[in-house]
Design a protein around this ligand. Sequence first.
Ligand code: ZN
Length: 366
Amino acid sequence: MTTAFYTDERCFWHGGGNYAFTLPVGGLVQPGGGLPESPETKRRLKNLLEVTGLIHALSTRSAPEATWQEMARVHPESYLSAFRAASEAGGGELGLRTPFGPGGFEIAALSAGLSTAALRAVLKGEARNAYALSRPPGHHALPDWPNGFCLLNNIAIAIRAAQAEGLARRIAVIDWDVHHGNGTEAIFYEDPEVLTISLHQERNYPLDTGEAADRGRGAGEGFNINLPLPPGCGEAAWLLAFDRVVLPALSRFRPEAIVVACGYDASGVDPLGRMLLRAESFRLMTERVRRAAEELCRGRLVLCHEGGYSEVHVPFCGHAVIAELAQSGIHAPDPLDATLQKRQPGPAFDAFAGAWIEDLARLHGF
Ligand code: ZN
């Protein structure tokens, strides 16, 4: 059984808007640079897999675009129609910081289709686990409001397809992107069959969501777990959050599959986060989730690429994650490893972060 790797060059052609980093160009903001969500981080990850040869240990596949029916299980048809019309008219922007060019609708549908195919393959036993390298990302996308570079909620579309096809009911989502998975949270907020867990830097993006007290509503109460972490957390704090909350929550929920919203913006050099992870930290989180999947759901694990904006570091973090998924001995040593090891917080901060995480664990009943 292999690790499936879903990607498509067309995803790297998504783009649009006139931005200088996250700022709209105009007034005193000099044009140039573009949004941080650019093709380069992801294309360079694929290139690194080719250069080391790890890609040959994977089963590389593309997939069809998600169908209208699949997208409409998550997004209202009014939104999909407006998105498609704007895309056909040459591109535009329907929400906050989510521009798209001509054909952007089809590329977003392809990005969702890659995640959908990845989850389907794992649930059907056609792959041991899977990684979807696609863009635009998905975890911020609300049903009718694109934001944070996300146009369609790829993971939600994949989960609803798997449920509609009778492949699984109970699915856990772990979102380790440094930003809150507000879209995924909103879509499953009242749903007890989908456990959503988001680890993120508190009050980063969005500024006003991701509170620990937001635990789900109605039948879904207790099935949304937010772990807002203070800026400056290093590997020890992130792994402690896994050991004290994420892994116990998975054991309590007993999912039939685990999906990871796999962002790399908790990297110690990411321009949109203030955390201190290195490639090995991402591998260690992947190892924990892989072992949990083996124990709880026959190894069924799908990682969907989300954020991560350091063009040089994301490829090494992604390579470490994918090598761990595939249990491959092919490594791409993290060139920032020594620097980031030295930058890990000292014992005083670790004690502070440890007490913070214990408070979160208590709130969630662990
Ligand atoms: Zn992010």
